[in-house]
Every structure is written in structure tokens, then in C-alpha cells.
Design a protein around this ligand. Structure first.
Ligand code: NAD
Length: 363
């Protein structure tokens, strides 16, 4: 029997509701495949502010560092909107990403065919969309210094700095190549090399290391064109790798291809140590505690956890198939449902996915 320690940080709002379903699913996987998952719970976000006065207690950091993977729900809510920065729930999230040195953010954008009507795009454009966006998470203009507002000769002026080292670029681009090797072997590197010096180096680095991955087809695309192509013809993409700010914007744009926030998982990976897995949606305070949240993004995050942190590919595939089958059978939560479909509450949707999983393994 293999044993894995999983840090579970449910967080705020709908976080605990959706994380419960993800944990039950992992327990089922454990039973069926003879793995033991030891779940250890930690506090993060607003709930941690309320209970211990900080959004990221030291014990939570220690717990995460000593685990094989971290499963997180969501943080935040109006209750903490007026807190000073050190007590803001989001500070806890940024803090744990930093503490675990998570530099690669992976966002798969997969359209489940039975949900095609949820997409704002035409069926023939989005059908079979299956993209993995790999975003650099620790550098670029969000972190560079100087970053300031000051008064110059012509009045107020501001400066933000886009700073990257060649090593940081190489690390994330290599991750893009490696991930493409496990998929359709197409890597699109997105930059703004016609204008930015940082992008020119980015492109050089991508071309230089491409020789180490002869089985992957590398292409370059300017970020403005990439924004357009994601809407015009999303099927052309397999893996996209890009720097922090471009990735932030493109991944939100791409998430809308599937039409539902409640369906999209994410993974953040470091050099070594545990990865962090969470749905891309927030804490949805408007529906918290009502058992109507869609748990599928968090359940799909466990598939990424099984694949990327534990190397359990078969189990990961099975989780994704189970979600697909539950949707094919017409099961829906309120955010993706329509009047002629069977709308379930959060726990019923979790159960629907688990029952498909049990049935498949038995056969
Ligand atoms: P949100 O993602 O929480 O909600 C946006 C809308 O989508 C809401 O109408 C919500 O009900 C719906 N929604 C989200 N997830 C859903 C799900 N699983 N099932 C069904 N419907 C779902 O974004 P927001 O309202 O802008 O932010 C709410 C709080 O969450 C804020 O405090 C924000 O800072 C925080 N937030 C946290 C994270 C995170 O923890 N990673 C990410 C984004 C926002």
C-alpha cells in the first residue's frame, strides 16, 4: 500500500463544501487502488484571520511543506474586505504560493462535450478544445522593482518593472516542453518580442532549449495575436507557455471558452516539494453554505494532484472520465444546468462522480 500525506486547506465561502467532495473522491480512489491518503487539515484565509489573527499561520506553512500535495478550496469574502493587507485572506494565498516556491501555474481548459451549450462561442469553434496554459508565477511585472508612484518634472509619474532572469525563463519554458511531451507535442510560446526586450530573450531561450525536445513542435505567437486566436480557433492550441502577466490575462480569457467557472481546475508546481491544487473560482460568498456550488473544478483539481504530485496517471484519468460520464448522464449543478436537466446539490454531484468511479473499477 502506498501512503500519501495531503494537506487540506478548505478556506472560506464554498471552499469547505467543494473540498469535502474532493476528499471523499480521493478516499474512494484510495479504497479502490489500495492507496492510503492521510488528510491533514490546515487553516488559511478569512477563517484563519478569525481564529488565529493571520491569514497564513505558521503551522499551515509547516503542514504544507511536510505534505506530498496541498488541496485548497478558496479564500476571501466581504467580511474581510476592509482588513489591512496583512490580514487579507488573499495575502494568505500569495504567502503559501511563495512559501512553497510555486513557479509554474497550470490551467487546463477542457470543454466537456456535453456542456458545449454553456460556451459563449459557437459549437463548431469550441468543440474538442483541450488546452493547457502554463503560466510563470513568480517573476515579471507583478514583482519587479522599482515599482512606484512619484513626482517628476512633469507631475505625477509611475513605474512598474518587468524583470526576469534567463534561468527563470528557462525553468518555465522547460516545464512547457515537458508537459507538451505528455500531450499532443505542440508548444506555443507566447511573447511580445516585437516590442519588449524581455520577450526577445524569452524567444531566444525557447529556441535554444527546443533542441532538447526534438519531439515537440515549438511555435511562437505574439500575445495580442494569441488573445485573438484563442477565440477564433482554440483547437489549434495544445500547450501554451508564457510569462506571468500574459498568462494571467490569457488564462482568464481561455477559461471562458468552457462557459463555466465551476468546471476549471488548476495546479501550481514548484521545483521540488508539494504542488498546490485548487479550483480557479473564488469563495462565491453569494452561494456559500447553500449546498449549490459546483464541486467539479475541485474534483478535477484532484486529478491534477494525482497526476502531477503523486504520479498516479491511471487514477487521474479515471477521475476525469468519471466527471465526463456524470455530465453525459445529464447530471448538473445549478451553474451549468438548464430546466430539462437533472440539477443536483453539491454533495449529490460528488456522489454521482463517485458512483461512476466505483462502477468502472468493479467492471
Ligand atoms: P467567485 O469566483 O467567487 O464568484 C464569481 C461568480 O461565480 C459568483 O456568482 C459565484 O456564485 C459563481 N461561482 C464561483 N464558483 C462557483 C462554483 N463552484 N459553483 C457555482 N457557482 C460558482 O469570484 P468573486 O465573486 O469575484 O470573488 C468572491 C471572493 O473570492 C472574493 O473575496 C475574492 O477575492 C475571492 N477569490 C478567491 C480566489 C481564490 O481563493 N483563489 C480566486 C478568486 C476570487
Amino acid at each position: 500500500m502506498s501512503r500519501y500525506k495531503i494537506a487540506v486547506l478548505p478556506g472560506d465561502g464554498i471552499g469547505p463544501e467543494v473540498v469535502t467532495e474532493a476528499v471523499l473522491l480521493l478516499e474512494e480512489i484510495g479504497k479502490q487502488y489500495n492507496h492510503q491518503f492521510d488528510f491533514k487539515y490546515g487553516k488559511i484565509g478569512g477563517v484563519a484571520v478569525d481564529e488565529v489573527g493571520t491569514p497564513l499561520p505558521g503551522e499551515t506553512i509547516e503542514l504544507c511543506k511536510s505534505s506530498d500535495a496541498v488541496l485548497l478550496g478558496a479564500v476571501g469574502g466581504p467580511k474581510w474586505d476592509n482588513e489591512p493587507p496583512v490580514r487579507k485572506p488573499e495575502t494568505g494565498l500569495l504567502g503559501i504560493r511563495k512559501a512553497l516556491q510555486l513557479y509554474a501555474n497550470l490551467r487546463p481548459v477542457t470543454l466537456f462535450s456535453s456542456l458545449i451549450h454553456s460556451s459563449p462561442l459557437k459549437r463548431e469553434v469550441v468543440l474538442d478544445t483541450d488546452i493547457l496554459i502554463v503560466r510563470e508565477l513568480t517573476g515579471g511585472i507583478y514583482f519587479g522593482t522599482p515599482r512606484e508612484r512619484r513626482v517628476g518634472e512633469n507631475g505625477v509619474e509611475v513605474v512598474d518593472t518587468l524583470f526576469y532572469t534567463e534561468k527563470e525563463m528557462e525553468r518555465i519554458i522547460r516545464k512547457g516542453f515537458e508537459l507538451a511531451q505528455g500531450r499532443k507535442k505542440k508548444l506555443t510560446s507566447v511573447d511580445k518580442a516585437n516590442v519588449l526586450e524581455s520577450s526577445r530573450l524569452w524567444r531566444e531561450v525557447a529556441n535554444r532549449i527546443a533542441v532538447d525536445y526534438p519531439d515537440v513542435e515549438l511555435s511562437h505567437m505574439l500575445v495580442d495575436n494569441a488573445a485573438m486566436q484563442l477565440i477564433r480557433n482554440p483547437r489549434q492550441f495544445d500547450v501554451i507557455v508564457t510569462e506571468n502577466m500574459f498568462g494571467d490575462i490569457l488564462s482568464d480569457e481561455a477559461s471562458m471558452l468552457t462557459g463555466s467557472l465551476g468546471m476549471l481546475p488548476s495546479a501550481s508546481l514548484g521545483v521540488s516539494g508539494p504542488g498546490l491544487y485548487e479550483p480557479i473560482h473564488g469563495s462565491a460568498p453569494d452561494i456559500a453554505g447553500k449546498q449549490v456550488a459546483n464541486p467539479l473544478a475541485t474534483i478535477l483539481s484532484t486529478a491534477l494532484l494525482l497526476r502531477h504530485s503523486l504520479g498516479l496517471e491511471e487514477e487521474a484519468n479515471l477521475v476525469e472520465q468519471a466527471v465526463d460520464k456524470a455530465l453525459e448522464q445529464g447530471y448538473r449543478t445549478q451553474d451549468i444546468g438548464s430546466e430539462w436537466e437533472r440539477v443536483l446539490c453539491t454533495s449529490q454531484m460528488g456522489e454521482a462522480v463517485r458512483s461512476y468511479l466505483k462502477a468502472t473499477i468493479k467492471n
